[in-house]
Design a protein around this ligand. Structure first.
Ligand code: ZN
Length: 156
C-alpha cells in the first residue's frame, strides 16, 4: 500500500508539472511582485488583482526554480484565489506554522506555542515532508513571502 509520502510526492509533482494559474496579468491594474531565494536560485513572480473588498479576484504565477518552490507557488495560487486578504493571512500563518514547528524540533529553541487558525491546508499538506530538509523550507515559503509583499504593496 502506498504510504502518505508517496501520495505527497505525487501531489507535489502534479503541481510542478501542471502548475495552476501559470502566466501573467496586465500590470497595472494588477500588482506584480518578484521573490528570489538565493540559496536555491528559485524565482517567483506573483501577479495579483484585488477588488474593493480586499479579495484576491485573480492571481498568476511566473518564475522558475526547483520543484518545491514552483509546486508551492501553484498550490498557493489555487488556495488563495477568491479569498480575502484576511483569509489569506490565516492560511499563510497555518502554512508557516506547519513549516516551523518542525524547524524548532531540529534542535533550535522551542518555538512559542502558536494558536493555529482553523483552516484547511488541502494540497499544501503535501509540503509537510519538506521540513525534514531545512534548507528547502525557504523554497517552500518563497511564494508565500512574495504574496505577502504583493498584498502589502497592493493595499498601500
Ligand atoms: Zn528551491
Amino acid at each position: 500500500m502506498p504510504g502518505l509520502e508517496d501520495l505527497y510526492r505525487e501531489i507535489i509533482l502534479d503541481h510542478y508539472r501542471n502548475p495552476r494559474n501559470r502566466g501573467e496579468l496586465d500590470s497595472p491594474p494588477a500588482h506584480r511582485v518578484e521573490g528570489f531565494n538565493p540559496l536555491c536560485g528559485d524565482e517567483i513572480v506573483v501577479y495579483l488583482d484585488l477588488d474593493d473588498e480586499r479579495r484576491i479576484t485573480d492571481i498568476r504565477i511566473g518564475g522558475q526554480g526547483c520543484s518545491i518552490s514552483q509546486s508551492s507557488a501553484s498550490m498557493m495560487s489555487a488556495a488563495v484565489k477568491g479569498h480575502t486578504v484576511e483569509e489569506v493571512g490565516d492560511l499563510t500563518r497555518a502554512f508557516k506554522a506547519m513549516m516551523s514547528i518542525h524547524e524548532s524540533s531540529l534542535g533550535g529553541e522551542a518555538a512559542e506555542p502558536v494558536e493555529l487558525p482553523d483552516v484547511k491546508l488541502g494540497d499544501l499538506e503535501a509540503l509537510r515532508g519538506v521540513v525534514k530538509f531545512p534548507v528547502r523550507i525557504k523554497c517552500a515559503t518563497l511564494a508565500w513571502n512574495t504574496l505577502a509583499q504583493g498584498i502589502d504593496e497592493a493595499l498601500a
